[in-house]
Ligand binder design. Structure first.
Ligand code: HEM
Length: 436
C-alpha cells in the first residue's frame, strides 16, 4: 500500500508548544535581584536568562506569592510537591480558560484541542485517555529502544564529525527526539523532513501570562496545519495498520466508546509536541551546565558510569520544564500559610522546588553529578507524572555520553552568553554553537 500522505505541516513541529547557567548565588547569600523588581515576572529577559536568583527571592520572602495575574505562585518544594499529588487540586481546564479569557475562548480551535489533551484533563477522562497509551512507555518497552537511540545518535555525529563545528541544538539535540517520536507514532520516514526542518517557535501557549489575540491566531494556524497532517496519517494507518501508537488509538476509536475522534487527534498532537521539545532542551541545558563546570565535565569523562546520576542532576539543576499548574477544586484552608479559595490557580515552580535548600542542603545552586538522592520534580508528580520520563532519560543518557566519547575535543564557542528561547515554562536554548 502506498504511504503517500501530503506533508504540508509547515511549522508543525511547534504544535504543542508546541509541549544552566553557572549560578553565583549561594544558599543564604544575598540574591542579586533588584528589590524594586516584581517578585514574579517570568517573561522578563532577566528572568529568562537566569530564573534562579528570582526563585530564591520568592522562596525566602513570599513562598505563596500572588502574581500580577492573580495566581498563587508556589516556589518551595513542600507546597509544589503537595499540590501535584493532592486530589483537592486538578486541571479544570475549560473553567480556568473561561475565567481568564471569557466564555468565547472555547470557540478558539487551539483551546478546544487542548481541552482534550490528557495533560489538561481530570479523572475519569484523564484515567481513560492515559490508560490507552501508557503501555507504550513502560520501562521495559523504552529500554528496548536503546539500540535504536544509539544508532540515531551515532548517525547524527557521523554526519557532522568532519565539519569541526556544529550547533548542538539544531544539528545534534533536535534530531534524536523527533526521530524517536516519529517512530512511536508511525510517521513514515519519507514524511519526516518537514518535522526536522520545522522551526522551534511556539511554547508561549504554556506560559502563565495571557496570550495576545495575535498569539492565539498563530497557535490556531499551527494547530490547523498539524491537525491536517495527522488526519491524513490516520487515513493511512486505517488502510495500513502498523505497530505504532497512532494505529493503537485508531483501533481504540473504532471500538466505539474508548475515545472520540477529537480526543484522538488532540492527544496524538500532544504526544508529538511533548515528546521532543522537552528532550531537546534537556540535552541542550545539560550540555551547557556540564561545559560551564569543567570539573564536572572531567569527572564524567573519567567515570562514564556516572551518566545516569548526571542526567538526574541536569534535570534538577536546569529543568527543561520550569512550571506546571493546578486549580483548587474546593476551598483549601491552608497551603504554605495561605487559604486558597476554590477556583484559584496555583502555579507550581518545578525549577524552584529543585533548588530548595530544605531538600538539597548541600549547595543546591551548584552542579554536582555525584549528588546523592536527587529526585527532581522536573517530570511533575501524581497522576499526570510525565509519561515520557524514562524515554527522555535514556535519550539524554545516550546522546550526552556518546558525544563526550566521540568528540572529546568539543568546546562551546561562547558558554558565558547562551541564547535562551523567550519562553518560561519550556526552558531551552535557541542555539549552542560548538567546535572541535
Ligand atoms: C526532559 C524531558 C521531559 C520533561 C522535563 C517533561 C516534563 C513533563 C511534566 C512536568 C509533566 C506533567 C505536567 C503536569 O503535571 O501538569 C509531563 C507530562 C507529560 N509528558 Fe513529559 N516531559 C518530558 C519528556 C516527555 C516525552 C519524551 C514524552 C513522550 C514521548 C512526554 C509526554 C508527556 C505526556 C503525554 C504527559 C501528560 C501525562 C498526563 O497528563 O498524564 N514527555 N511531562
Amino acid at each position: 500500500m502506498s504511504e503517500h500522505v501530503q506533508t504540508q505541516v509547515g511549522s508543525g513541529g511547534q504544535a504543542v508548544g508546541q509541549v544552566g547557567g553557572q549560578i553565583g548565588a549561594q544558599v543564604g547569600a544575598p540574591v542579586d535581584v533588584q528589590a524594586s523588581e516584581p517578585l514574579f515576572n517570568p517573561l522578563s529577559p532577566d528572568f529568562i536568562r537566569d530564573p534562579y536568583p528570582h526563585y530564591e527571592r520568592l522562596r525566602n520572602s513570599d513562598p505563596m506569592h500572588v502574581s500580577a495575574h492573580g495566581a498563587f505562585v508556589a516556589s518551595r518544594h513542600a507546597e509544589v510537591s503537595q499540590v501535584l499529588r493532592d486530589k483537592r487540586f486538578g486541571k479544570d481546564f475549560v473553567e480556568r480558560s473561561i475565567r481568564r479569557y471569557g466564555p468565547q475562548i472555547m470557540d478558539e480551535p487551539i483551546f478546544r484541542s487542548m481541552s482534550h489533551w490528557m495533560l489538561q484533563q481530570d479523572p475519569p477522562d484523564h484515567t481513560r485517555l492515559r490508560g490507552l497509551v501508557v503501555k507504550a512507555f513502560t520501562a521495559r518497552r523504552v529500554e528496548d529502544m536503546r539500540p535504536r537511540i544509539q544508532a540515531i545518535v551515532d548517525e547524527t555525529i557521523d554526519a557532522v564529525a568532519d565539519q569541526g563545528h556544529m550547533d548542538l541544538i539544531e544539528d545534534f539535540a533536535f534530531r534524536l527526539p523527533v526521530t524517536i517520536i516519529c517512530d512511536m507514532l508511525g510517521i513514515p520516514e519519507e514524511h519526516r523532513e518537514v518535522f526536522y526542518k520545522s522551526s522551534r517557535g511556539g511554547g508561549r501557549i504554556l506560559d502563565p501570562v495571557p496570550l495576545t489575540p495575535e498569539e492565539i491566531a498563530e497557535a490556531n494556524m499551527v494547530n490547523a496545519m498539524t491537525k491536517m497532517y495527522f488526519e491524513q496519517l490516520f487515513e493511512l494507518r486505517r488502510r495500513s495498520p502498523g505497530d505504532d501508537l497512532t494505529t493503537q488509538l485508531i483501533q481504540a476509536e473504532e471500538a466505539g466508546d474508548k475515545l472520540s475522534n477529537e480526543e484522538m487527534t488532540a492527544n496524538i498532537i500532544l504526544l508529538f509536541g511533548a515528546g521532543h521539545e522537552t528532550t531537546v532542551n534537556l540535552i541542550g541545558n545539560g550540555l551547557l551546565a556540564l561545559y560551564r563546570n569543567p570539573d564536572q565535565l572531567a569527572l564524567l569523562r573519567a567515570n562514564p558510569s556516572l551518566i545516569a546520576n548526571a542526567i538526574e542532576e541536569f534535570l534538577r539543576y536546569d529543568s527543561s520544564v520550569q512550571m506546571t499548574g493546578r486549580v483548587a477544586l474546593e476551598d483549601i484552608e491552608d497551603l504554605g500559610g495561605k487559604p486558597i479559595p476554590k477556583g484559584e490557580n496555583v502555579l507550581c515552580l518545578l525549577g524552584s522546588a529543585n533548588r530548595d535548600p530544605a531538600v538539597y542542603p548541600q549547595r543546591p545552586d551548584l552542579l554536582d553529578i555525584t549528588r546523592p538522592n536527587v529526585k527532581p520534580l522536573s517530570f511533575g508528580g501524581g497522576i499526570h507524572f510525565c509519561l515520557g520520563a524514562q524515554l527522555a532519560r535514556i535519550e539524554a543518557e545516550v546522546a550526552i555520553s556518546t558525544l563526550l566519547r566521540r568528540l572529546p575535543e568539543l568546546k562551546l564557542d561562547d558558554p558565558e552568553n547562551p541564547k535562551w528561547r523567550p519562553t518560561f515554562v519550556l526552558r531551552g536554548l535557541k542555539q549552542l554553537p560548538a567546535s572541535w
